[in-house]
Ligand binder design. Structure first.
Ligand code: ATP
Length: 433
């Protein structure tokens, strides 16, 4: 089912996944805050990425580098000179656009006039500030526009201390900042966002093979998290689309409500970055292969995804409506690993003895999972709310529970209910979560 864009934005706001940044001041465009459910979902997405890309692998280690780096980093990487998008401005209504993202490069989407665009100007996307009390040319620093460079400049530190031999990867998750000309589509394109990047270093002769490997591997990751296969595809960049550092790139694309768009870029960055940093820093960043007695710059395959963008896509993909007993039921069919709340514990009424058992059950689950206790409203409405936020299990405590020490566990997807002894609930959920 195609879900429309407004529905998912409304759900995000209504249920506390995502809020507009600085909302009480009228909102700061293209910046968003993650609410209680949003932060849990985002953290779970990042945790799954880290698990697959670092924890489960023998050949990848992680780092967390600073957002602020020496300006030399961005000169060497080519970002100061070339990290630009073509900006055009409509001379009629003064709206600004990114030329390569316009459907019609002659017509202004805001006022509809034709032929009113200025000549394109290359606009650098890096946010710039100053380090220290004096704002001068010498102390300009940039907010990193990608996490990748923090990995390249630590290549030798990490290789040496972790005693790594090629091929190996260094992974990082963290904030990145781009002064996008046309942010939009909710959290899809924002000026502050989170990336999940792997730089995988290998011998230049093996780069093609690893490129293919990571194309497969990264698609598999999205599918394993339950993303619809028919909404996922790979698209190869045309030569004129390639970034300044890339020899070849594919995008993993998702079919968003507005059409196919990028989730992740997988690039063969060649030895561009290590070479550039070696040259500018004067440090030898070549790899020494002892067996072959050979010193060379490794090639780099980079799967670079967005944590915030992927979270948004997973939310869209999970949104489902179905008819139950003549009524519409909205269910977020999120993979259980991603669900913000794993179990809701619901007493049938607010009677103190039921609430007491509810709390006891919730306390037994809390050390293992994010759980929520909800004592408000009718049980039907509480089930609907939990379905809408993707909670896989609801544990209901009713009056019989006081007698038989049993509770009802309801499955989000099948709505089937099982009667379980209170002291078996942890085991029951552990088998299923
Ligand atoms: P585009 O051409 O759409 O501006 P890009 O190709 O420059 O994007 P990359 O540099 O490949 O993007 O960034 C890697 C990933 O980081 C993207 O696939 C996306 O998931 C994420 N990302 C990049 N820019 C943004 C942004 N402004 N907001 C949210 N996520 C972003």
């Amino acid at each position: 089912m195609a879900i429309d864009f407004d529905t998912i934005v409304n759900l995000s706001k209504k249920r506390g996944f995502v809020f507009q940044s600085s909302e009480i001041y009228g909102g700061l465009r293209s910046a968003y805050d993650y609410g209680p459910l949003g932060v849990a979902l985002l953290r779970n997405v990042k945790a799954e990425w880290w698990r697959a890309m670092v924890q489960m692998r023998d050949d990848v280690v992680g780092i967390d580098s600073a957002i602020l780096q020496a300006s030399d980093v961005w000169v060497a990487s080519g970002h100061v000179a070339s990290f630009t998008d073509p900006l055009v401005e409509c001379t009629s209504c003064n709206s600004r656009f990114r030329l390569d993202k316009l459907d019609d490069s002659e017509q202004c989407p805001t006022c509809g006039n034709r032929g009113t665009f200025t000549e394109p100007r290359q606009f650098n996307l890096m946010f710039q500030t100053h380090m220290g009390p004096v704002a001068s040319e010498e102390n300009v620093v940039y907010l990193r526009p990608e996490t990748a460079q923090g990995i390249f400049i630590n290549f030798e530190n990490v290789r040496r201390t972790a005693r790594l031999k090629l091929p190996f990867g260094i992974a990082q998750i963290g904030k990145a900042f781009r002064n996008e000309i046309t942010p939009g589509q909710f959290v899809f394109r924002t000026r502050e966002f989170e990336q999940m990047e792997l730089e995988f270093f290998c011998h230049p002769d093996d780069a093609e093979e690893w490129f293919g490997y990571w194309l497969d591997e990264r698609q598999r990751w999205y599918l394993d998290l339950g993303m619809s296969p028919d909404k996922l595809r790979l698209r190869r960049h045309d030569a004129d689309e390639l970034a300044h550092y890339a020899a070849d790139t594919y995008d993993v694309e998702y079919e968003f409500p507005w059409g196919w768009d990028e989730l992740e870029g997988i690039a063969n960055r060649t030895d561009f970055d290590l070479k550039a940093h070696a040259e500018r820093s004067g440090k030898d960043l070549r790899y020494y292969d002892q067996d072959a007695d050979d010193r060379f710059f490794p090639y780099v395959i980079e799967p670079s995804g967005g944590a915030t963008r992927t979270t948004f896509a997973l939310l869209i993909d999970a949104y489902t409506t179905e008819e139950v007993g003549g009524e519409e039921r909205v269910v977020l069919k999120l993979d259980k690993r991603l669900a913000p709340i794993k179990a809701a514990v619901l007493p049938l009424s607010k009677k103190p003895d039921l609430v007491e058992v509810t709390q006891k059950v919730a306390d037994s689950l809390k050390p293992l999972w994010d759980v929520e206790v909800d004592v408000t409203q009718s049980i039907g409405r509480r089930y609907r709310r939990q379905d809408e936020i993707g909670t896989p299990y609801c544990v209901t405590i009713d009056f019989d529970s006081l007698e038989d020490q049993q509770v009802t566990v309801r499955d989000r997807d099948t709505m089937a209910q099982d009667r379980i002894a209170i002291d078996k609930v942890v085991e029951y959920l552990r088998d299923r979560l």
